[in-house]
Design a protein around this ligand. Structure first.
Ligand code: GLA
Length: 355
């Protein structure tokens, strides 16, 4: 299928946005801290042209489905097209001087969905970029990220931070994206040439993911209230004391975030110092914390992490919002085939993705 097959004419604009893997810094974005993801080659592409019949027609290659609508009201039953509707809604709401137009939109994606590598942010960022190109609005990449977050937060109604939208809009493939989620200041950092990252799919279905994510979000907001800080990101590791919290669960969740921020800063230093051992250890510590204190891992995921390290990875961890999805491992390029041959005896090739 193609845009032309579906709509019988050529697209006017075409924009893409990549998925990401978070290397370290989990649930630190909406708590005003640091994250360090990197882009993946998987991407979402949006092709768009004017529709002269006063309707929106949106085709998804993944769902083999075309949705036709005339208003931008969210559906009651959470359809995939809501993300596109949300982008249109937020765009026209933000730029009120622009007269509403209708579009034919074709969406294609190579991003595995529901695996914690931000397929929805890539969809929103590429849709907003396509609208920006069509109307020549010169919106900055940073502001596209802010608008994409608005879509997910205000229109779709999911809690979350700004990491995925920022890297998807601003990041550069092949570089680490160190982001201060409060100021939105970022650094693009070159990886040492002999480092290699690899994903392994845990295949854990994430049916409970959004509710568990929202639960953690709420627990961290309680932690901020109890410490009387606006953001946990401002709390230093030496000031962490479990007795400052009324609930031991909330104390554990806060511990993960406070120490995770520190690990992101150290991880950035380890890239700059080409210290693969240190970076790997930080990934491992991050996973332990994510699994034990944040309780966002699963038995299958923990096993992949353990096996990957046994097979020679310097570090491995669950990436993204938690409760299943992809794990990410750090391997030295020279040792990659050795690691791959060993891990491939446990997990099939179609579950292993080179970054
Ligand atoms: C999801 C959210 C991000 C971030 C991560 C956890 O990917 O979209 O904003 O909170 O989970 O680090």
């Amino acid at each position: 299928m193609s845009f032309e097959n579906i709509f019988n004419h050529k697209h006017q604009v075409k924009e893409s946005a990549n998925a990401r893997v978070n290397l370290i810094g989990e649930h630190t974005d909406y708590t005003g801290g640091y994250v360090m993801p990197t882009l993946l080659s998987f991407k979402n592409t949006v092709e768009l042209s004017k529709n002269s019949n006063q309707v929106f027609e949106v085709y998804s290659e993944h769902y083999h489905e075309k949705k036709i609508f005339t208003d931008l009201i969210k559906s009651k039953n959470n359809e995939w097209v809501d993300y596109v509707k949300g982008c249109l809604f937020v765009f026209f709401d933000e730029y009120k001087k622009i007269k509403l137009e209708h579009f034919n939109i074709y969406i294609s994606s190579s991003i595995p969905m529901e695996r914690g590598i931000s397929s929805s942010s890539a969809l929103c960022v590429s849709t907003l970029k396509a609208l920006n190109s069509y109307f020549n609005t010169h919106i900055s990449e940073k502001h596209i990220a802010v608008l994409a977050k608005k879509v997910e937060h205000d229109y779709i109604g999911v809690s979350g931070g700004i990491m995925d939208q920022m890297i998807s809009s601003v990041g550069i493939y092949g570089k680490a994206f160190f982001l201060d989620c409060l100021s939105l200041k970022f650094e693009l950092i070159e990886f040492p040439i002999d480092w290699k990252f690899c994903l392994i799919d845990s295949e854990v279905q994430r049916n409970l993911r959004s509710s568990s994510y929202n639960e953690r979000f709420a627990e961290l907001k309680i932690a901020e209230k109890e410490l009387n800080v606006e953001y946990l990101g401002s709390v230093k590791t030496e000031d962490y004391l479990p007795s400052k919290f009324t609930n031991p669960i909330v104390a554990k969740r806060a511990k993960h975030v406070i120490f995770e921020n520190d690990r992101v800063l150290k991880a950035k230093e380890s890239i700059l110092n080409n210290d693969i051992k240190k970076f790997g250890n930080l990934m491992n510590e991050s996973h332990q914390s994510y699994s034990n204190d944040f309780e966002a891992s699963t038995k299958d995921v923990d096993k992949i992490v353990e096996k990957s390290i046994e097979c020679g990875a310097f570090g491995a961890r669950l990436t993204g919002g938690g409760f299943g999805g992809f794990t990410v491992s750090l391997i030295k390029k020279g040792q990659f085939s050795n690691w791959y041959n060993k891990i491939n005896q446990i997990y099939p090739s179609d579950k292993i993705f080179e970054v």
